[in-house]
Ligand binder design. Structure first.
Ligand code: GRF
Length: 320
């Protein structure tokens, strides 16, 4: 894998989860590093710790600022720090949809309950009150809806007889510290993992008309036009000693392919054997893969392979 993912952590209070993320990141093989700890509360305990550990900090009280203004200032600080991901760790602010949208798929939160149970506050009291056998914690991607995005990991924590919200919270915190670092590592590693990349390519390919997944020479590949149809994409997982995980798509021929590789060698390569027929390798296991770009190329490749009746239909549909 490439350089470490750059993570900014937003806190409002103690920052024990931030500390857990920070110390996990000090393992040599951790796939992320903490580049900024930011807070809406200049007195947040975690800021002093971050400073002492040599991590950049940023504090901006929200009092007297409109929510969009405060979010925009936070966003700017995150970008200045070169953050790729944002981890919310006890950040007690409702975020504007604009802010959430900018970090979609790259912002995570930890919540002290087994979501979807007990969104919002007082989670431990509510779990005890309901007579649940377990409380727990969840790490999820942040979406515009509060405590609602796709769940990346959960740890149940047994509720003991006589537990109070405080005693339960203290035990759940142990679980949070373990879970958060692991879930974040998993998230930042995904874009380099062949199985995850294959699923994304598969979803793009199968969204096209009459697309089917077939094996070709032992690799996943996608074909259109049924029997006698043609392949329009091949998945390439480090074939022939190449370091790339890639999808092969059809260009107009070796000249276009050569020009693409010369222009963007970080994105394109000439695959063994297939390159001679004008297939280009679109590299996926790199930072910041643009999935709209991947989808455009898979579709272009599909157009070149699809029987006339299908490609024609698609072109007509696009005109509306
Ligand atoms: C944690 O319980 C977390 O789940 C919740 O806020 C609390 C933050 O604690 N979102 P800390 O500041 O990380 O110690």
């Amino acid at each position: 894998m490439g350089a470490k993912a750059r993570v900014a952590v937003l806190i409002s209070g103690t920052g024990s989860n931030m500390a857990a993320l920070l110390y996990a990141s000090r393992r040599a093989d951790c796939p992320y590093e903490i580049v900024l700890v930011a807070s809406n509360n200049p007195d947040a305990g975690g800021l002093a710790l971050a400073r002492a550990e040599g991590v950049a900090t940023f504090a901006l009280p929200h009092k007297g600022m409109k929510r969009p203004e405060h979010d925009a200032a936070m966003d700017e600080a995150l970008r200045e720090a070169g953050a790729d991901y944002v981890a919310l760790a006890g950040y007690m602010r409702i975020l504007t949809p604009e802010f959430v949208g900018k970090w979609e798929g790259r912002m995570v939160n930890i919540h002290p309950s087994l979501l979807p149970r007990y969104k919002g506050l007082d989670t431990h009291a509510r779990a005890i009150q309901a007579g649940d056998a377990h409380g727990g914690c969840s790490v999820h991607l942040v979406t515009a809806e509060l405590d609602d995005g796709p769940i990346l990991g959960q740890t149940p924590v047994a509720i003991l007889p006589g537990d109070t919200p405080d005693t339960l919270a203290a035990r759940v915190l142990f679980a949070e510290h373990q879970l958060y670092a692991r879930a974040l590592e998993e998230l930042v590693s995904r874009p380099y993992r062949a199985d995850w990349l294959l699923e994304r390519v598969n979803a793009i390919a199968l969204s096209l008309p009459e697309a089917e997944r077939r094996e070709s020479h032992g690799s996943p590949a996608w074909n259109t036009g049924g029997k006698g149809g043609k392949f329009f994409a091949y998945f390439n997982d480090r074939h022939h000693g190449e370091p790339h995980v890639a999808v092969l798509v059809k260009t107009s021929g070796p000249d276009e392919l050569a020009a693409m590789v010369a222009r963007d060698p970080d994105i394109w390569f000439r695959p063994a054997y297939y390159g001679a027929a004008g297939w280009a390798g679109l590299i996926l296991n790199r930072p910041g893969t643009d999935w709209d770009h991947v989808a455009e190329w898979v579709e272009r490749s599909w157009r070149a392979a699809a029987p006339r009746r299908l490609a024609g239909l698609r072109a007509a549909a696009d005109e509306f």
